[in-house]
Design a protein. Structure first.
Length: 274
């Protein structure tokens, strides 16, 4: 990737991430606000919090996340394919007809299976977490209202009044976090599968956002370079890529770090590791 500087790569990826976040943020905000309002309706009508809002949130967010992960994959997996083709001096398969003398690069079957597994595993887990957080927020409001002697109708009104603000903030956090995680998984997994398919040694480097909001641990990780099959050590955790959903919230929520890839021509140990 000699023609792609670190800063150029970082800017390009962040622009793509921002564009993908925008649409899903609106969808998530609408779904969250509806979940809060359903809870308020139940509380006002029945005097207790039914499970309806939780079921709605879990089902709705799993559907939203599945669809969004596929949108993200379409952009970042395709980009990883193009970048890998550049690194080995080839062309993506869709341009093969223009240059018969160049190797064509196609997505390995192994990649598709890996991303399918990611969608199945992560969408359900994250949807349940979102639903539970939503219900816990509402339970806190009810608990405070009971301590103050507030009636259920007033509690319901309070929930409806704060729903837009809470939904807006949480939707932004979810959109940023989940877009980033799916994007980094897609390109990391595609690059790894291609490296194996074409029998080349590829390394990856952590590039911190360095935008004034970057975590200290992520700034320290900036420039850390490891083999494709290895993990970075970041803030005491081992992460396969920035935003790795197996990492803690402290290491992944609203992360904007990215990766850069490079083919190594020899088998000598990496010169730059942290």
């Amino acid at each position: 990737m000699a023609n792609r500087t670190e800063q150029t790569e970082k800017r390009a990826k962040i622009r793509l991430l921002l564009g993908l976040e925008k649409k899903t943020q609106q969808e998530m905000r609408d779904a969250l606000e509806k979940a809060y309002n359903l809870s308020a309706d139940s509380l006002a009508a029945n005097g207790y919090l039914s499970d309806q809002a939780g079921y709605y949130a879990a089902l709705k967010f799993e559907s939203l996340l599945r669809r969004h992960y596929r949108r993200v994959e379409d952009v970042f997996a395709r980009r990883a394919l193009v970048v890998f083709a550049e690194m080995i001096g080839a062309r993506p398969a869709k341009k093969a007809a223009q240059r018969e003398d160049r190797v064509t690069v196609r997505p390995p079957a192994k990649y598709a299976n890996a991303f399918d597994e990611y969608v199945e595993r992560v969408a359900l887990t994250k949807a349940k977490m979102i639903a539970e957080t939503t219900l816990n927020d509402i339970r806190d409001i009810i608990r405070e209202g009971q301590q103050e002697g507030v009636g259920y109708a007033e509690m319901a009104r309070d929930i409806r009044e704060i729903a837009p603000a809470i939904a807006s903030y949480r939707a932004a956090t979810i959109a940023i976090t989940e877009t980033h995680s799916a994007a980094m998984f897609a390109e990391n997994t595609m690059t790894s599968a291609l490296s194996e398919e074409y029998n080349v040694r590829t390394v990856k480097s952590w590039i911190s956002a360095e935008d004034g909001r970057t975590r200290l641990a992520h700034s320290v990780a900036n420039g850390q370079t490891v083999e494709m099959e290895d993990k970075y050590k970041v803030g005491g955790e081992m992460l396969e890529f920035p935003g790795d959903p197996r990492g803690s919230a402290a290491n992944t929520v609203r992360c904007r770090c990215v990766q850069r890839y490079k083919i190594i021509e020899d088998s000598s140990p990496l010169a730059t590791t942290r």
